[in-house]
Write a protein that binds this ligand. Structure first.
Ligand code: DAT
Ligand code: MG
Length: 152
């Protein structure tokens, strides 16, 4: 439905490299609606919950180190099929396997510096949104232009 939501984050490398505007623009230009956004330097404890499914992976400690090393830009985007489309706009986990035209395929090279995060399913999106945002930080607003001109 048009009210599906996903959690998208620009990782510290994306922030340091000045790619915040470009990444946001991709979602805006597509016609998705930005309903929450903040910059925050996440604690290791916060990131360990965010990445709880990966806690037994060998790269987990370096992933938490990297993600807590600087500010991330956390966002919630809303629209039709946004979870799956967001993943496809990001590209593959390994940027070397990401097609040109995707965010990772255009802006980065290595998995450990892949500049962005996107929820992989509606269930994980809901969990991640609740983990990163308070209810009152999410803006549920009508957008007549999007309703008429992005959707038929
Ligand atoms: P994604 O971010 O595409 O959802 P994931 O959830 O499997 O991928 O992993 C989360 C992050 O962990 C990923 O963006 C980068 C890091 N990562 C994943 N697999 C890795 C690997 N094999 N080596 C190093 N870092 C890895
Ligand atoms: Mg993932």
């Amino acid at each position: 439905s048009n009210t599906e939501r996903t959690f998208i984050a620009i990782k510290p490398d994306g922030v340091h490299r000045g790619l915040v505007g470009k990444i946001i623009a991709r979602f805006e230009e597509r016609g998705y609606k930005l309903v929450a956004l903040k910059q925050m330097t996440a604690s290791k404890a916060h990131l360990e919950v965010h990445y709880q499914d990966l806690k037994d992976k060998p790269f987990f400690p370096s992933l938490i180190e990297y993600m807590s090393s600087g500010p991330v830009v956390a966002m919630v985007w809303q629209g039709l099929d946004v979870v799956k489309q967001g993943r496809s706009m990001l590209g593959a986990t390994n940027p070397l396997a990401s097609a040109p035209g995707t965010i990772r395929g255009d802006f980065c090279i290595q998995t450990g510096r892949n500049i962005c995060h996107g929820s992989d399913a509606v269930d994980s999106a809901n969990r991640e949104i609740a983990h990163w945002f308070k209810q009152e930080e999410i803006n549920d607003y009508a957008s007549p232009f999007i309703n008429s001109w992005v959707y038929e």
